[in-house]
Design a protein around this ligand. Structure first.
Ligand code: PLP
Length: 355
């Protein structure tokens, strides 16, 4: 039995993988693969409709916000957001909390003016800046809710006088959010929703079509909304597997239930990191992510042997990102408390071995 602590792409429950595998051969007894059925067929239209319905229900998406399933990953949204929301001559406000936030800023600067309201780059993004002000004349305010690489998370929606845009790629569906507080939310599916290849966008309709800019249709949210995410061929398999995973989440009790599990999982792991003298967390305790737990060994020479021990115990994907080093335990929705307990056991065993 393996426990996958990898940061992506696509950490889903075993039963979802199994059902997806069956559908690759014979989708819903059609005698056809999910990969070959027409995206215009009534069978696939039903998949698209159910996926949208599940997102709307699980995240309590209000009327007036459209739900889209697009291609191009969250990285495409770094550009599409300013293309659609930042009028020529206007400016957008961004919070810089890590690699992905910086990339979003870099792309927005190609479209218009950007004001970075605060950054934690001075401390290798180990904390979330506080006490900044969002300018009232910005078109929108963008922040990354969970910093996948650095292991920090923003739990409270920032105060902003202008519409809030959030990259929720690595914590969407892990905890309750109030969608009405957001002008736009986007998330590459590949952590808590489904396989890479589909990107969820939830956008408040009234914000669109106001920049006066003519966009290529593929980069314009409105044609995608008008076509029900079928402006062009949708990523059928990624959407189908997302639907299966959303069904799994609903059957578990939904976002509130998974949030409680995620709180327990994160607390269990951080408690051990804080207790065990061989390990140290890298993120500021008040900003610690519940999804990506970053930590290092006090003694650099312990790093490789601990990874080896973890591997022997079936714990994979723990190597930290190169910009932080050490370890990163990604504990997304599908990673069970059993997996977290197995990691804690390995850390305690390692402590015993190195007394
Ligand atoms: N934003 C965040 C928070 C991420 O974690 C990632 C990828 O891990 C991205 C953006 C980039 O997503 P994509 O690879 O879908 O473009």
């Amino acid at each position: 039995m393996k426990h996958n602590f990898g940061a992506g792409p696509c950490i889903l429950p075993q039963e979802v993988f199994e059902e997806a595998a069956r559908a690759v051969v014979n989708f819903n007894d059609t005698g056809l693969s999910i990969l070959e059925i027409s995206h215009r067929s009534k069978e696939f239209e039903a998949v698209m409709a159910e996926t949208e319905r599940l997102v709307r229900e699980l995240l309590a998406v209000p009327h007036g916000h459209s739900i889209l399933f697009l291609q191009g990953g969250a990285s495409t949204q770094f550009a599409m957001v300013p293309m659609n929301l930042l009028p020529p001559g206007g400016k957008a406000a961004y919070l810089d909390t890590g690699t992905w936030a910086s990339k979003a800023i870099k792309e927005a600067k190609k479209i218009g003016d950007v004001s970075v309201v605060a950054s934690s780059s001075d401390a290798n993004y180990t904390y979330i800046p506080k006490g900044y002000e969002v300018p009232g004349d910005a078109a929108y305010f963008h922040y990354t809710s969970n910093n996948t690489i650095f292991g920090t998370e923003v739990f409270e929606t920032p105060q902003s006088p202008v519409p809030v845009v959030s990259d929720m790629s690595s914590d969407i569906l892990s905890r309750r959010i109030n969608v009405a507080d957001f002008g736009l939310i986007y998330a590459g599916a590949q952590k808590n929703m489904g396989p890479a290849g589909v990107t969820l966008v939830i956008v408040k309709d009234e914000l669109l079509g106001k920049t006066g800019r003519t966009l290529p249709a593929i980069f314009d949210y409105q044609p995608h909304i008008a076509a029900g995410s079928m402006y062009n061929t949708p990523p059928v398999f990624s959407i189908y597997v997302s639907m299966l995973n959303l069904r799994w989440l609903k059957a578990k009790g939904g976002v509130d239930v998974i949030e409680q599990e995620n709180i327990i999982k994160a607390r269990t792991l951080y408690d051990e990191i804080d207790r065990n003298p061989l390990f140290r967390g890298t993120a500021a305790p008040e900003d610690r992510s519940r999804m990506n737990v970053t930590f290092v060994t006090e003694n650099k020479e312990h790093e490789a042997p601990f990874l080896e021990l973890a591997k022997e115990r079936g714990l994979v994907g723990l190597k930290g990102h190169r910009s932080v080093g050490g370890f990163r335990a990604s504990i997304y929705n599908a990673l069970s408390i059993t997996g977290v307990n197995a990691l804690v056991d390995a850390m305690q065993e390692f402590e015993e071995q190195n007394k």
